[in-house]
Design a protein around this ligand. Structure first.
Ligand code: PMP
Length: 449
């Protein structure tokens, strides 16, 4: 490993970072995170901060889970890689599939198709949705519906159903036949409706209208996050996902629940769909399935959808997949991570600490006028919308947001910015005292501006 000065000097010269401007790394260098322990990060400049982001909504078990680390290490010595394309597989992959299925059986999910991450999973689910309808004799069902403000990764399919235009406009034209409904976002929406339940009904009516306009026989699937993460932690009304399910059933449209963030306890239940009492037709997973220790994702398929593929002639073959699908090391990480997730009952801690974080931020809103909206209260996902004028709801400018971020970091917590929102998704094993550190750091961050 090169020394810290070398790292500082070389930074920005040779690496383009995801989701950032490649010209900026020289002038405003990123923090270089060197080590992590528990829920704390240490950078090469000597800061030690509580990670209120959980890596990227993924390090659910924190950074020090020995069981997962050991399982990864053991598997590397046993079998570091072999393909799981049809014809061969490996013991770890079989055990991972079994373990995942047990975990998701209450959601009606019977099969898992492993991928290397969330974007892979979303693209795979969209493909499987089209193929499902084709196999059932409805090849005209090719279109997709999704929500504005939804985030579904950056492959072409995911970007096409994505509901934030900064991930789209530089890369258009995207997939044709993708249509976006308004987000269940009571603070700002085209209906000017602040009541969450009434807003849910209005979006449901807009969905019916769009389906009728498109012609129901052209629509393959509807995809949504049970709680919208990257779009600002947008928490729909409890009725929302049930409305969407009912409409999908009425029109023969598959429902895909994107559980890449919500899955594995983050919402205070094991899956976001279960939290809202809904059984989707497919689910996409990643992140918490290995706590971020190894890149793994997956698509879960209900028994009803699976039957259509399994009972079909040669056209039921799945001609998509990845070199690292069901990677043995990733699979070993999945088995250990899910076992730890259940042993530690991380969903219970997520619910309790999530309420603490949400209530704490609401108290900060009484003190700081720049807080326009506080969202959360369902597990460890909290969003804070920052405004320069509370009455006019004017989004805060980017420079001030950077200042808040920097001051919060100096005061002891890493948070994440999403435009003028502060997004938080700490490890699910976080303690009460560590949540208090985050709250105190935010208080300092807001006071600084
Ligand atoms: N779906 C959701 C809901 C996500 O939050 C993300 C990533 N933040 C993705 C898909 C894409 O996952 P990945 O970055 O692993 O490709």
């Amino acid at each position: 490993m090169k020394d810290d000065n070398f790292l500082r000097e070389m930074n920005g010269r040779h690496m383009w970072q995801p989701m950032g401007h490649p010209g900026e790394a020289q002038n405003s260098p990123p923090r270089i995170i060197k080590t992590a322990e528990g829920v704390r990060l240490s950078d090469i400049d000597g800061h030690s901060v509580v990670d209120a982001v959980g890596g990227l909504w993924c390090v659910n078990l924190g950074y020090s889970n020995d069981a997962v680390k050991q399982a990864i290490s053991d598997q590397l010595w046993e079998l570091p890689y072999y393909s799981a394309f049809a014809g061969t597989t490996n013991p770890a992959a079989i055990e991972a599939a079994y373990t995942v299925r047990e975990f998701f059986a209450p959601d009606g999910m019977e099969r898992v198709f492993f991928t290397s991450g969330g974007s892979d999973s979303v693209d795979t689910a969209l493909r499987l949705a089209r193929q499902y309808h084709r196999l059932r004799g409805e090849p005209t069902r090719t279109k997709f519906l999704s929500l504005k403000k939804g985030y579904h990764g950056t492959h072409w399919g995911g970007a096409s159903v994505n509901g934030n235009n900064r991930f789209r406009i530089g890369y258009e034209p995207l997939l044709p036949g993708c249509f976006h409904l308004p987000a269940p976002y009571p603070y700002r929406n085209p209906f000017d409706e602040s009541d969450p339940a009434r807003l849910a009904e209005k979006i449901a009516a807009a969905m019916v209208d769009e389906i009728e306009f498109q012609d129901p026989s052209t629509i393959a699937a509807f995809i949504m996050e049970p709680i919208l993460g990257a779009g600002g932690v947008i928490v729909p009304d409890a009725s929302f996902m049930r409305h969407m399910r009912e409409i999908c059933d009425r029109y023969g449209i598959l429902m895909i629940s994107d559980e890449v963030i919500c899955g594995f306890g983050r919402t205070g239940d094991w899956t976001g769909a279960r939290h809202w009492g809904v059984q989707p037709d497919m689910m996409t997973i990643a992140k918490g399935v290995t706590s971020g220790y190894f890149p793994v994702g997956g698509v879960l398929v209900s028994g009803t959808v699976a039957e259509v593929f399994e009972g079909a002639d040669a056209s039921g073959a799945i001609w998509t997949g990845y070199t690292y699908s069901a990677h043995p090391v990733g699979a070993a990480a999945v088995v250990a991570c899910l076992s730890e997730t259940q042993r530690l009952d991380t969903k219970a801690n997520a619910a309790a600490r999530g309420t603490q974080l949400y209530e704490g931020v609401r108290r900060l809103a009484e003190k700081h006028d720049i807080i326009g909206d506080v969202r959360g209260g369902h597990g460890l996902m909290t969003g804070i919308e920052i405004v320069s004028d509370r009455a006019a709801k004017t989004p805060m400018d980017a420079t001030t947001m950077q200042r808040i971020h920097a001051a919060t970091y100096e005061a002891g917590a890493m948070v994440r910015l999403g435009a003028h929102n502060i997004l938080m998704s700490p490890p699910l094993v976080i303690s009460e005292a560590e949540i208090d550190v985050i709250l105190a750091a935010l208080d300092a961050g807001f006071s600084a501006v």
